[in-house]
Ligand binder design. Structure first.
Ligand SMILES: Cc1cc2nc3c(=O)[nH]c(=O)nc-3n(C[C@H](O)[C@H](O)[C@H](O)COP(=O)(O)OP(=O)(O)OC[C@H]3O[C@@H](n4cnc5c(N)ncnc54)[C@H](O)[C@@H]3O)c2cc1C
Length: 350
């Protein structure tokens, strides 16, 4: 295990901004993770666990402690089946998420096809219960193998123990910082049909007589994502982001009614999709756009993507301070106009 010093973090994130890590190690095995944790403890360094860097905003001053990049490789498709006859895939936390999705589809296994094109590592997916187009990883995670920093033990957490809800789990709430995710076991449906619940996907296949297969669904999702700047495409200026910057707010019945009335008073109709309404979630993108932040809005080095109102984009040479200033401006305006508090989705580091 190589201990490095003053390593720039910007190139290791999709936002491509922020300062350096004072100390940095990459761990490709459980033994190396254990060594890195021991090193952080001995030197009293605060530890930050890095995956693919696609959900981070790193401070301009960087990280003063040790950054541990989890790079455990391997996709083991021969991990057996569970009680429901689903195929188990045992995947190293350092694998690319999209490479695993592609692998599952080639193996004709359903359950993650709508999550095609999401950047980042496998180990990052349980943290915020990654989701898109009607699927969330909580629906297919069988268990998560973790290193528990409380007692330095490797343990297995079953799905229920992870406490998954919308963009949340114990890993980013109650037990934040306690577990280092080593491997994730997914249970996928052999020969299963693709999940085609979302309007965008249905529209894509409109007029088709035969049902799309998993590979076609993956391609459709990637195509739709690219159109929205939600696929990392080298050279696309709308890709230097952390994806959606705000979560869709989940409102109480009274708040939802108040918002509907505010919209009506302005001659607007609050967008309603079945997937949002079930949980009284409202579209954060709609709130941002209807608060005066049009696609492409921005000042200087930072702005809103020209393809998606929820993505704050580094237009080149932006600082974390620039991003935070735009975030504050958006949150303030949305609160003033709609009385809704938007919550950032990316993790702010340092
Ligand atoms: C263009 C774009 C589109 C996106 N679209 C979506 C989307 O559709 N849906 C969605 O849910 N997200 C989306 N995201 C956000 C992001 O891709 C996911 O949250 C992803 O799972 C983050 O994984 P990562 O490996 O990059 O984690 P990082 O960004 O490196 O880290 C994120 C958090 O997870 C923790 N973490 C990472 N790995 C581990 C580990 N092994 N053990 C413990 N903690 C760990 C980190 O400490 C940090 O707190 C998008 C991002 C971009 C840039």
């Amino acid at each position: 295990m190589l201990l490095q010093e003053n390593i720039p973090l910007a190139p290791l994130t999709t936002f491509r901004l922020g300062g350096p890590a004072r100390f940095f190690v990459e761990a490709k095995s459980i033994a190396e993770i254990e060594q890195a944790v021991a090193l952080a403890n001995t030197k009293s360094l605060e530890l930050f666990v890095l995956g693919g860097g696609s959900n981070l905003l790193v401070a301009d001053s960087g990280w003063p402690g040790l950054v541990l990049k989890v790079a455990i490789p391997g996709i083991d498709q021969h991990a057996g089946t569970n009680d429901e006859g689903k195929v188990l895939f045992d995947v190293g936390a350092g694998e690319s998420w999209d490479r695993f999705v592609s692998h599952a589809i080639v193996a004709h296994c359903a359950g993650v096809e709508c999550l095609s094109g999401i950047p980042g590592s496998v180990g990052g997916t349980p943290v915020q219960n990654v989701g898109a187009y009607g699927q969330e990883v909580s629906q297919t995670i069988e268990s998560v193998q973790v290193f528990d920093r409380k007692d330095n033990q490797v343990r297995e957490l079953c799905n229920e123990a992870c406490g998954f809800t919308y963009r949340s789990s114990i890993f980013n709430t109650t037990e934040r910082g306690r577990f280092i995710i080593l491997r994730v076991i997914y249970a996928l449906t052999p020969g299963g049909e693709p999940h085609l619940a979302y309007a965008d996907l249905k529209r894509h296949f409109e007029g088709r007589e035969t049902r799309p297969n998993l590979a076609e669904t993956r391609e459709a999702v990637r195509h739709i994502r690219a159109r929205k700047g939600m696929l990392i495409v080298p050279g696309d200026p709308d890709c230097q982001s952390a994806g959606s910057f705000f979560k869709n707010p989940v409102l109480s019945e009274a708040q939802h009614e108040d918002l509907r009335r505010r919209a009506e008073a302005k001659g607007l109709i609050l967008p309603s999709y079945p997937a949002l309404e079930q949980s009284r979630k409202v579209s954060a993108a709609w709130l941002v756009e209807k608060s005066g932040f049009a696609l492409g809005y921005g000042f200087g080095h930072v702005g809103i993507s020209s393809k998606h109102a929820l993505a704050i984009v580094n237009r080149g040479n932006a600082t974390a301070a620039d991003v935070l200033a735009l975030k504050d401006q958006i949150q303030q305006r949305v609160k003033e106009i709609w009385d809704v508090q938007l919550e950032p989705e990316p993790v702010i580091v340092g």
